[in-house]
Ligand binder design. Structure first.
Ligand SMILES: [Zn+2]
Length: 378
């Protein structure tokens, strides 16, 4: 208990609440990237989706999306979608949520306290989507540009009272229902206790690249790229997120026994991290990269016809506003009013069968419960 309290205090110091000076940032001459134009053939269909992909842009409010949209001259795949709504994100204990309470709301369909990972307000494990849908034979995976023990991915496989308990979170991985993960990073994993590393390697084929075709046949696969390959775009990350997203969808579809379906969570984690640091240019680059992963998911949904893609956020970060720009020149300027999260509702977009279920305003916990119900046939 004492350890948990210390971790909570340490995190509170790391993430101070409250207002700060206005920080301005801008980006220009952004190289254009195309968007994927959906066919809309399965969009809004009444049949139950076989597969669901939940894409969480950490800290990604409307201004973060719009910054990428304007910088790329009015073009993003997510902005090509038609079914949209809003998500309110407050946690059980705080008006402004952190990523673990919101991650747990999405993963477990419950409101809990800030810093909780897959546990309820009494610190009891709450069943997460991969556990609930596994009973129906549905397989699951996660992809993130954060560490695998980061609050959002951890909410989908771990049950720990505090997000800072990295060793305990990694130790929950072997007994989880995940059969695929791709997240940062190899160096971080190698710092875990020997017994934890051994247990993870005994239950997953752990690799640091996806090049060998034999990996696709592993029963459970864990991809841990290097720190740089899973780090910020501005520090040298290339195509880790869109590439791992595509790989995960193919891997899970291939491993879905008798076509029972799959669940995949994809997180664009560094939109939030760049916004915490009020690094506008870095944030826009992370947003554009997240949209590449969204394009992969929407393209897959069109190829497959039975896949629902949901794109939302755990909360907004930075109280970002946009005051100036020139889309034709790939130029946009933003101002941050905070270095922490805000309670502003975040947009949600959906594409595929039952996309219409996610229109309107809803809690993040409701989104989690809707996913569970759709995948278990309720
Ligand atoms: Zn954050």
């Amino acid at each position: 208990m004492k350890k948990n309290l210390l971790l909570t205090l340490a995190l509170a110091v790391m993430m101070p609440l409250g207002a700060q000076e206005i920080v301005k940032g801008s980006i220009e001459d952004v190289p254009r990237q195309g968007s994927y134009q959906p066919t809309f053939k399965s969009d809004g269909a009444k049949k139950k989706p076989l597969n669901i992909i939940l894409m969480i842009g950490d800290g990604t409010g409307l201004a973060q999306i719009a910054s990428g949209y304007f910088a790329n001259n009015h073009e993003l795949t997510v902005m090509n979608l038609k079914h949209m709504g809003f998500v309110t994100t407050r946690s059980a204990t705080d008006f402004t949520t952190d990523s673990s309470a919101s991650g747990t709301a999405y993963a477990c369909g419950i409101k809990t306290y800030n810093y909780a990972v897959g546990v309820d307000q009494e610190k009891k494990p709450a069943p997460n989507i991969p556990e609930v849908v596994a009973k129906k034979g549905v397989v699951s995976g996660v992809v993130s540009t954060d560490a695998l023990d980061g609050a959002t991915p951890a909410s989908f496989f771990a049950h720990q009272p505090n997000r800072g308990m990295a060793d305990e979170i990694w130790a929950d991985l072997p007994a989880s229902e995940l059969i695929f993960f791709a997240a940062g990073d190899k160096e971080r994993f190698e710092k875990r206790p020997e017994a934890t590393q051994k247990a993870v390697k005994e239950s997953f084929t752990v690799v640091d690249n996806l090049n060998d075709p034999a990996y696709a046949k592993a029963s459970r696969l864990g991809y841990l790229p290097t720190k740089v390959e899973a780090g910020y775009i501005v520090d040298g990350r290339t195509d880790f997120l869109p590439k791992s997203t595509r790989y995960a969808m193919d891997f899970l579809k291939d491993h879905s026994a008798r076509k029972r379906g799959f669940f995949l969570m994809v997180e664009g984690a560094r939109i939030d991290k760049a916004a915490h640091a009020n690094q506008f240019e870095s944030m826009v680059k992370e947003m554009l990269d997240f949209d590449k992963a969204i394009a992969e998911a929407i393209r897959f949904a069109d190829e497959d016809g039975n896949t629902l893609v949901i794109i939302s956020a755990d909360h907004e970060t930075g109280a970002l506003s946009i005051a100036d720009g020139n889309p034709a020149e790939g130029k946009v300027s933003g101002t941050y009013v905070s270095t922490w999260h805000t309670a502003i509702p975040v947009p949600i977009f959906a594409y595929g069968p039952h996309a219409q279920d996610f229109m309107g305003c809803q809690g993040n916990d409701e989104v989690g419960r809707k996913i569970m119900n759709l995948l278990t046939g309720k």
